[in-house]
Ligand binder design. Structure first.
Ligand SMILES: [Zn+2]
Length: 673
């Protein structure tokens, strides 16, 4: 056995072996890390004579590793810890660590030391790391005079504080929808209805948490209930986050102008594959044109179908999309998405995705019950590569009060080969996971997932594998998910495609009552049905993409988040706008991805090109998966994204696979309405 020994793990995590932590303990852990980071920087600055990789880049990278782990772990606890006092402390410390990182990014002495290094013996990965680091120093404003740098620090610290508050508001604000007439739940799955009993007054309360919201928007026959849920969901953290967003945009704009950029979007793309806001606009315009006719056709088909059921229906509202698409798919493709839910109980899906990833990437996973976790719902897993321990991940997969509401993969500890192993976590909100402490005789909730949930699981697991398998670099600064930001969604979206393989699904998707594997014919119908709506899906992504760009690509005082949301929606989507939609108030991608939501579509194109290299008949066998692991995942951020693409494809990336993917959707619906 090759478990991490206690000594090796002590100090790496802020929690005790049992996973427990209190606010004071967390404070002292983070302060200890920050003190360590200051020592590392002092060591770097004390070097006299020739600066070398060993005496300068090494302590710099150690400081980066320390800040990265301290910031990620504080941020994780802010997102997931059950005790609010610890979450609040964690958020305060996330701010403290971010301030230290900003200070380092504007430290002229450190910058000069890095510039002065003798690079003659540097290998390509090291040369890439140093050139990216120096570019990021210049983009941060390290060349500016002292007063300007002090101002930049202040603006950046303020932006961090607003960002953390914005995220907290989304995390802690659950809206509720009341149902007084239980017939409004008609159409929803039986287990959903069973899991939401009425209270003593006959009122059923549904929350905006994902496992409540998503099935309702897909299956509830009541248009009024769907509209109420849509409004509740899209007004989370409103009005609190509206002024915060405006302040944040103003701060970002001010930072960009000081640094000589026309807009934040130009600054935020300067070190990305995209390069500029103008390129992003071109990219959006290209996809807009390519998806327009298909999306119009889809909408007309679904509307015509809906009108047959409800004569006189004028238009489909935003809140109707999920429901009518589901109804249409039942008719046109003979596919009812409720029919696959029983094959996707949470536990079996988790096991199946782990097994799939293990086979695909030639690794094995062992649950480690001795590792400290922050909540009983969380499991810790050790990853072995050919018998050698190579990292750890944590699965925190179900909603809880006060926990982050979205789905994400969080790198926690950057791996440094021979020195520390990479760690990462998934933070999700899937159905299931409730402890069965009921005494009322109602059955245990098996956590039946919609197929879109399973796709999301594959997606997040793709990030996780990138973090772990890419986490064996000589430098922490290029370890794991450290590519350009706009390459990050490639490994995740590539893994999504594996969901569509019938043989693979049958290996784990078994009916939770009968144990029967999911039938191949059902998977084929699911694939044909889910392909319908791709153009519409592209335009939904373009709506988010353009909104993220538009609010970051003009003077902040010209931003009206409501008007721009409505105009942007109407430009991209055919559904009737629902008044009172304040989606921006809970759109946390505006915090993390800022202007760069385009990453998803940009990387979808690359991911589909990558997936095209696999042998569809034998997805898990053959040499392609290992080649992918070695060419794309293992290098982490040690090469530019364009290089990773060429290394795997043996050529430049092409649009063909994406165009085919969008075009495929009508292939199965020749008998359409
Ligand atoms: Zn992702």
């Amino acid at each position: 056995m090759n478990h991490l020994s206690t000594e090796e793990t002590t100090g790496l995590h802020p929690w005790s072996e049992g996973g427990h932590i209190d606010a004071a303990g967390l404070e002292s852990w983070v302060q200890g890390r920050l003190a360590g980071q200051r020592q590392q920087i002092d060591r770097l600055l004390a070097v006299e004579g020739q600066k070398t990789l060993e005496n300068t880049l090494r302590p710099y990278d150690d400081a980066v590793a320390t800040l990265s782990a301290a910031g990620s772990l504080a941020s994780l606890l802010d997102s997931v810890y059950p005790d609010k006092a610890v979450r609040d402390k964690a958020r305060e410390l996330t701010q403290t660590v971010a301030e230290a990182a900003t200070a380092l990014s504007l430290n002229q002495e450190v910058y000069r030391a890095l510039v002065a290094m003798d690079m003659s013996g540097a290998d390509p990965a090291t040369a890439h790391y140093v050139s990216q680091t120096l570019l990021n120093y210049r983009l941060a404003g390290v060349d500016k005079d002292e007063a300007t740098r002090a101002l930049l620090r202040q603006l950046s610290d303020q932006a961090t504080e607003i960002s953390l508050t914005f995220a907290k508001n989304v995390q802690e604000n659950i809206n509720r929808v009341e149902v007084r007439d239980s017939s409004e739940l008609d159409g929803l799955p039986e287990d959903y209805i069973r899991n939401h009993p009425a209270d003593a007054n006959g009122v059923i309360t549904l929350t905006t948490d994902y496992p409540d919201m998503q099935p309702l928007m897909t299956f509830a026959g009541s248009a009024d209930l769907r509209l109420r849920m849509f409004r509740a969901y899209n007004t989370r953290a409103y009005p609190a986050n509206r002024p915060l967003l405006l302040d944040l945009l103003a701060l970002r704009q001010q930072i960009a102008s000081i640094l000589g950029f026309a807009s934040w979007a130009d600054l935020a793309t300067a070190n990305q594959m995209m390069g500029s806001a103008a390129n992003m606009k071109k990219f959006i315009a290209g996809l807009e044109q390519a998806s327009r006719a298909g999306a119009t056709r889809e909408y007309e088909m679904v509307l015509a179908f809906a009108r047959k059921q409800e004569p006189g229906l004028a238009a489909l509202k935003s809140s109707d999309r999920g429901y009518w698409y589901e109804q249409y798919r039942r008719e046109a493709f003979d596919f009812d998405s409720q029919s696959v839910r029983p094959y996707f109980p949470y536990e079996a899906v988790e096991k199946g995705i782990l097994e799939t990833a293990a086979r695909l990437f030639h690794v094995s996973f062992q649950r480690n019950p001795g590792a400290g976790v922050w909540h009983p719902q969380v499991s810790a897993w050790d990853v072995y590569d050919r018998g050698r321990l190579c990292g750890r991940f944590y699965l925190d997969m179900h909603p809880r009060e006060g926990k982050d509401k979205w789905f994400s993969a969080a790198p926690l500890i950057p791996g440094i080969e021979g020195r520390q192993l990479p760690e990462a976590a998934l933070i999700c909100n899937f159905p299931g996971g409730r402890t069965d402490d009921r005494t009322d005789g109602r059955p245990h909730d098996p956590g039946l997932m919609q197929y879109s949930d399973v796709v999301t699981f594959f997606h997040e697991f793709g990030h996780l594998m990138h973090a772990i398998l890419g986490g064996h670099q000589q430098w922490a600064g290029v370890s794991g998910i450290a590519t350009e930001g706009d390459f990050v969604e490639v490994p995740s979206q590539m893994l999504e495609e594996f969901f569509h393989d019938a043989k693979l699904l049958a290996s784990f998707a078994r009916h939770y009552q009968t144990g029967e594997p999911i039938p191949e014919a059902l998977v084929e119908r699911m694939n044909r049905a889910s392909a319908f709506g791709r153009a519409d899906g592209v335009r939904t992504q373009l709506f988010y993409t353009s909104y993220s760009l538009d609010v970051h690509n003009r003077p902040a005082e010209e931003v009206d988040p409501d008007a721009m949301l409505e105009q942007g929606y109407k430009r991209m989507l055919p559904y009737e706008w629902v008044d009172g939609n304040r989606m921006y108030a809970s759109f946390t991608h505006l915090i993390g991805y800022t202007s760069n939501y385009y990453t998803y579509m940009f990387d979808k194109v690359i991911a589909l090109d990558f997936f095209g290299q696999f042998d569809r008949a034998h997805l898990l066998e053959g040499p392609t998966a290992m080649r992918y692991r070695q060419a794309v995942l293992e290098p982490g951020g040690s090469k530019p994204g364009t290089q990773l693409i060429e290394d795997f494809l043996g050529r430049e990336q092409k649009m063909d696979a994406f165009a085919q993917w969008v075009g495929e959707e009508f292939a199965g619906s020749s008998n359409d309405q």
